[in-house]
Design a protein around this ligand. Structure first.
Ligand code: CA
Length: 227
């Protein structure tokens, strides 16, 4: 079965270029030219990846992102943005995007992100294992997370980060190691994106529970373990 991608992009030249390229790579592509229609499709169609432009007629990309995330936590979402500032990127992440690409970009760059976001999904499905630490249970096949029997909803990127920490439980992972395994792109040295993501994860996985599992090792990185 081919991977189905919904592309929400209002600039006809850009959407035609992306669509053609992805179709040549064997992906099944559906295009929406405004945010309102894009959101409707994202919520009604069975898609494997959403590529979402930020500035759109109708609903903005960030509005669509929020609406889709409240109903679907697991769908990988790649944002396209012309606004290259860190603040805007983090706003996008905060709404639950898994990755972003700043325009203009090379098609090869887009393809690498698309492959990473769709491969992670099928790779985890194929393994179909359950990972545990204390009362935390992650099912990489069903894409579910629970603590003390309570289900926890994570975005695709938060899930990947938790899976990485859990597979290496007890070992301190540096920000560089986390970036290398969870993000495809290189980071500027000053970026705090990893810290931001660990925080999102903590709020969901640790904060509501007495026993903390995610620990900061000052000057080194993060570790998942029982203390
Ligand atoms: Ca646009």
């Amino acid at each position: 079965m081919s991977t189905k991608i919904l592309l929400v992009e209002d600039e006809p030249k850009v959407s035609a270029f992306i669509r053609r390229g992805l179709e040549e790579e064997g992906y099944d592509v559906v295009v929406a030219y405004d945010g309102t229609f894009g959101q409707r499709l994202a919520l009604s169609e069975a898609i494997d990846l959403l590529i979402l432009d930020v500035i759109l007629p109708g609903q903005s990309g960030l509005e669509v992102l929020k609406a889709v995330r409240t109903q679907n936590q697991a769908l990988p979402i790649l944002m396209l943005t012309a606004l290259g500032t860190t603040q805007d990127k983090l706003l996008g992440f905060d709404g639950g995007a898994d990755d972003y690409l700043v325009k203009p970009f090379d098609f090869a760059e887009l393809l690498a992100r698309v492959r990473a976001l769709t491969r992670r999904r099928s790779h985890a499905e194929a393994k179909g294992s359950q990972l545990r630490l204390a009362d935390l249970v992650v099912d990489t096949a069903a894409k579910t997370v629970a603590r003390a029997g309570q289900p926890i909803k994570l975005t695709a990127r938060e899930f990947n980060l938790l899976e990485l920490l859990l597979r290496h439980q007890g070992r301190v992972l540096s920000r560089g190691e986390i970036a290398e395994h969870t993000w495809e792109e290189a980071f500027d040295a000053g970026s705090n994106v990893i810290d931001v993501y660990v925080n999102y994860l903590r709020n969901k996985v640790d904060k509501p529970f007495a026993k903390k599992l995610i620990h900061t090792v000052v000057g080194m990185g993060y570790v998942l373990r029982e203390e």
